[in-house]
Structure formats: structure tokens, C-alpha cells
Write a protein that binds this ligand. Structure first.
Ligand SMILES: [Zn+2]
Length: 574
């Protein structure tokens, strides 16, 4: 496009934008006899300028708004800005730290001058700065927005609106409080999400099982990614050169690798009693709590001190790497099959190694994943495991484990281990290592008393599914995904301990996060331009009346200090 033509286009755009502004063409108020249409698109985070993803989103909404106006609708198309939560604070912190990757992106990609960058280390300054830049861009695009209703998520009136929602949810029993594992930066001391990590990786947290194998006066705490294979354990394996620590864990003393302790200490209180090399523990024996057999403690270079607890229960019949490790040591060892799977031989581990024709753990990985998959989805626990377990366990193993699918048996094994007091649950980051922007590797920490919205509540699911049923969704196939999403929704943590945003009404150390304050934020547009009232007027009675039409008008008027006429006209906007 020639620059002359572009200049001409911009000139035309400016001319009409000025005319629209003068005529207040996009100001929308409720009008009798005109069909109302509310058009909205997700508001932007103010941690970067408007990008093409958002530009396309808003232009689409604008095209639709203009079409609807031409068809005679009274269209409201408003705009607001998201200031809440970690996306903004993590960029601000990165600037404070002098993170060159982030600073370079701001200067080169976002065209922020070096002088301005410094000021953006304050989260509120950053939000205001990009707020202004985004607004300028949206105006230049000529979007048909009713700007009177503009707000940010840190405006006092909006905070009151959010706090009202959470008090209501709590009254309705839709919130719950639990100890929860979260991805965490041990240097910054805060929970991390996608926006806080190098390369914007969302850390995935998952649990794993560990089992105490008692030795004299302490135990070896062995990680079992597949606890149902414990019946086939023939040895405890450690890495000979790695550092191990003896820790006090509850009323037990247990051995795990030093690296495991460094990560797992954020989940449980563990006092280190002493530290020693793996090879110093070689030659001891350890007690399998289900079979009652004593197994030898051996060492192998195949054991990674970084993985799990750094202590491995060797199951050579089902774990190809364990088979290789034991074979390399040249020791006699037993192969105890636990799971039978159609299409696999009785002892699958050596079979998989033959098939892969490699002893390289890296190259074996895909084959091992396939084996795990087959055994998990198609495998059954062999009947003869009953003969291998301790006498008092025989009836329960016969009833709950022998002949059962691996999926069922896994749950039952964990249940029995728990009842025997030899089971520990730990958490790890399954897509790790994931690094915080500060450079530290993220760990999993147990946050005490985390608040959740209970999306697993069946009454909520039924109500939400009914609402989705009434919606017209384009394209239609997406409706199925929406329904499935509601059906599968799980409790979701709603607060963080840092970032801008509304505080949890009953605990002001906690901030409602940037998704939890935005589930029904669009409703706020209806009255955003008319809330020039003292914040004390915006109590729960106010929101109940204006948003839901609940409460006695006289009482609401006296508790808020607003006239009945004012309240009624606000209610009309909604
Ligand atoms: Zn960090």
C-alpha cells in the first residue's frame, strides 16, 4: 500500500472518529421500545500493549455491534482493563530484578523507552502505562465503544462488587478451604503460575506414592510411580555416589536423597539427622510391608537422586530400567510377575528391552511409556499375589486386589499401605524442571487453608448445565465442549498472596486472583458509569438490590443512603 493511500485512509478515519465522538454516537442508555443488545469481548491484561490477538477479538466484536445497530438494536459495547494478579506483578518484578529477557522485550518489541521501563517496576504504574497505550490503540482502531463505562479491576467500586460475590458464594456453601499443593518459587517465596516462569510454562502438579521399607531403626522411603507393582519388589536401589539424608518424618526416621529432601521439605516438616553416600548403605536389608520379605539394599548408576525420593523399589519383572540395572550388577535376582496383560508375556520387562533392541534409558522411554499404558488400561493383577503377602493381609488382598484391574488394584494397594502406616503422599512437578523467572527451579509447596470455589458441587453443575442448554453457541459444536467442561469442572483455587486486586473479605492477606474476579465482571458495565457514590453506599444490600432485584427498597435506601429513585434507576440499567 502506498503511503499516500495510507495517509488518506487515516485522514478519513480521523474525520469520522471525531464526528462520532462529537455526536456521542456510541453512548448507550436503556431506551423504551428498543431491543437491547450487549456486546462484550474479554478485557485485556495491562502488562503489555494491545497485540493482534486482542485487536482481532475487539474488531470482531465491533463489526458485530455495528451490524446490530444498523438492524435497529440499542447496542452497548463497553471496554475495561484487567489490573489484577500475577501477570502484571511478575513482569514488574522481572524489571526490578533487571531480567534482560523481559527488559529487552519491553524496549525492542513493545517500544517502551529505557527511561520509561524503570518506572514500570511498580505494578500499578505498569498497569496504568499499558492501560493508556491500549486505550490509545483501541481509539485509533475506531471501535464503537461507550467509554463512559470504562473501569479497572482495582477501582474501589469494582472491588466491592467482587467482595459481595464471594460473601454470597460463601453463604451458599460454594466455597471450601483445604490444604493444597501449589507450584512455588523457593527464592521469591510465592506460588507461581504460567506467567511467572521462564518460557511461560504452566507447572503441572501431581502426587506420587512413597512407601517405608523398614530397616533396623529407620526406613528406606521408596517412591512407587506404580504402587500395585510393590508385590514384585526384589531390592531397594540407591545411587552409589549421591548424597542421602536420614530425616525425621512424623514419628519415623527415613532415608531419601538429599536432592529429594531439598524439594520435598516444602511439603512436610523434615529434620535432617545425618547425611551419607548411597554406597555407605549398601548391604543392609529392608522389609517389604506387604509381602513381609527382606530385600537387599543395593546401588546402581541407573538411580537418579533427582527423581521421586531418590530411593527405588526394584521391580525387574515390570520395570525395564530396573531389569537393566540388576542385570548390569551381575547379581542373581528373582523375577516376580504381578500383572498379566493380554498381548504381553508373563515377564514383560526383558521382553520390552528385546523389542527396543537398546539398553539406553533415553531410547527406551517410548517403549516404557507404552508398557505402562498397556498395563494400566488392560492389565489385571495376578491371582497368585495372594500367596506372596503376609498372612493377615491375605483375605483383604484376595478380595480387593487379586484378579482386579490395575486401576482398581492401585487404589486398594494405597489404601492398605495407608492403614499399615507405611505410606506417604508427596507432590512433584510432572513437566519439570520448570524455572521461575528469577532462575530458581520451582518446587511444590503445601499451602494451608487455601480457598476454592467448589465447582464439583452437583447442584452448581446442574444449574450451570441448564444455563448452557439455553445458550445459542456459534459454532454449534462448541456447545458440547462447554457442557463437558462444566461436567468435568473441579474445585479451583481463588486466591494468591500477592498482586493487585480485591482482598478476600474475611482474610485481607489474600487477594482474589485474576480469573476469579472476572467471572461475571461484564455485569458491572451496566452501572459502571453511575457509581459516583461514597464507597460505603456499595454494601451487600446495594448489590443484592441492583444486580439481583432482591431486598426491600425502603431498607436498601436507608442502609445505603441512596434515594429510592436513584436505586430504581440503577436497577433498570441491569
Ligand atoms: Zn523466583
Amino acid at each position: 500500500m502506498s503511503s499516500q493511500f495510507a495517509d488518506w485512509l487515516n485522514e478519513v478515519a480521523r474525520k469520522w472518529q471525531e464526528a462520532w465522538e462529537k455526536a456521542e454516537a456510541f453512548k448507550a442508555d436503556p431506551r423504551d421500545g428498543k431491543r437491547k443488545l450487549f456486546v462484550t469481548a474479554a478485557f485485556p491484561y495491562t502488562n503489555q500493549p494491545l497485540d493482534f490477538y486482542y485487536a482481532r477479538l475487539f474488531v470482531t466484536a465491533d463489526v458485530y455491534s455495528r451490524l446490530a445497530r444498523a438492524q435497529g438494536y440499542n447496542v452497548l459495547f463497553p471496554f475495561a482493563f484487567q489490573y489484577t494478579g500475577t501477570p502484571i506483578i511478575s513482569v514488574a518484578n522481572a524489571i526490578k530484578r533487571g531480567d534482560s529477557e523481559v527488559i529487552e522485550r519491553l524496549e525492542k518489541q513493545y517500544d517502551v523507552s529505557p527511561g520509561e521501563v524503570k518506572g514500570l517496576s511498580d505494578p500499578l504504574e505498569m498497569a496504568r502505562y499499558f492501560h493508556a497505550r491500549i486505550k490509545e490503540a483501541v481509539r485509533a482502531l475506531g471501535l464503537s465503544v461507550d467509554w463512559r463505562r470504562e473501569f479497572t479491576t482495582v477501582d474501589p467500586a469494582f472491588e466491592r462488587f467482587v467482595q459481595w460475590q464471594y460473601r454470597r458464594l460463601r453463604e451458599k456453601g460454594l466455597l471450601k478451604q483445604e490444604d493444597a499443593p501449589v507450584a512455588y518459587c523457593p527464592v521469591d517465596n510465592f506460588p507461581v503460575g504460567m506467567h511467572d516462569t521462564k518460557g511461560d510454562v504452566e507447572p503441572e502438579v501431581s502426587d506420587f506414592d512413597a512407601v517405608h521399607f523398614d530397616s533396623s531403626d529407620f526406613s528406606f522411603l521408596a517412591a512407587f510411580p506404580r504402587p500395585e507393582t510393590i508385590f514384585g519388589t526384589v531390592a531397594i536401589m540407591l545411587n552409589p555416589e549421591a548424597e542421602y539424608v536420614l530425616v525425621e518424618l512424623g514419628n519415623r526416621k527415613a532415608v531419601m536423597s538429599k536432592e529429594a529432601h531439598e524439594r520435598l521439605k516444602y511439603q512436610r516438616d523434615m529434620k535432617v539427622l545425618r547425611s551419607l553416600k548411597g554406597k555407605e548403605l549398601e548391604g543392609l536389608t529392608a522389609f517389604n510391608p506387604l509381602t513381609g520379605t527382606q530385600v537387599p539394599v543395593i546401588t546402581s548408576r541407573y538411580v537418579s537422586p533427582k527423581q521421586g525420593t531418590g530411593v527405588v523399589g526394584a521391580v525387574p519383572a515390570h520395570e525395564p530400567e530396573h531389569f537393566l540395572a540388576l542385570a548390569e550388577l551381575g547379581r542373581e535376582f528373582e523375577l516376580i510377575p504381578v500383572i498379566k496383560t493380554e498381548g504381553l508375556g508373563e515377564i514383560p520387562a526383558p521382553q520390552v528391552i528385546d523389542l527396543a533392541q537398546t539398553a539406553n534409558p533415553q531410547e527406551l522411554k517410548d517403549y516404557i511409556d507404552t508398557l505402562y499404558n498397556l498395563e494400566y488400561h488392560k492389565g489385571y493383577v495376578r491371582e497368585d499375589v495372594v500367596d506372596r503377602v503376609r498372612d493377615f493381609l491375605k483375605p483383604i488382598v484376595k478380595e480387593m486386589i487379586a484378579g482386579k484391574s490395575v486401576r482398581e488394584a492401585r487404589k486398594a494397594v494405597v489404601g492398605i499401605l495407608r492403614n499399615l502406616g507405611v505410606h506417604e503422599t508427596f507432590y512433584h512437578i510432572t513437566n519439570g524442571p520448570v524455572y521461575c523467572r528469577c532462575g530458581a527451579e520451582t518446587v511444590v509447596k503445601i499451602v494451608k487453608g487455601q480457598w476454592f470455589v467448589d465447582y464439583s458441587n452437583p447442584l452448581w453443575k446442574a444449574t450451570a448445565l441448564k444455563a448452557v442448554g439455553r445458550m445459542r453457541v456459534v459454532p454449534e459444536e462448541m456447545k458440547k465442549s462447554l457442557e463437558r467442561y462444566v461436567f468435568e469442572a473441579k474445585p479451583r483455587a481463588i486466591t494468591r498472596t500477592r498482586g493487585l486486586g480485591a482482598r478476600l473479605p474475611w482474610d485481607d492477606r489474600q487477594i482474589i486472583d485474576q480469573l476469579s474476579d472476572s467471572t461475571i465482571y461484564m455485569a458491572f458495565y451496566a452501572i459502571a458509569h453511575r457509581l459516583k457514590v461514597p464507597p460505603s453506599a456499595l454494601n451487600d444490600a446495594f448489590w443484592d438490590y441492583v444486580m439481583l432485584g432482591e431486598g426491600d427498597l425502603n431498607e436498601v435506601s436507608s442502609s445505603t443512603g441512596l434515594s429510592k429513585e436513584e436505586l430504581m434507576s440503577l436497577r433498570e440499567e441491569v
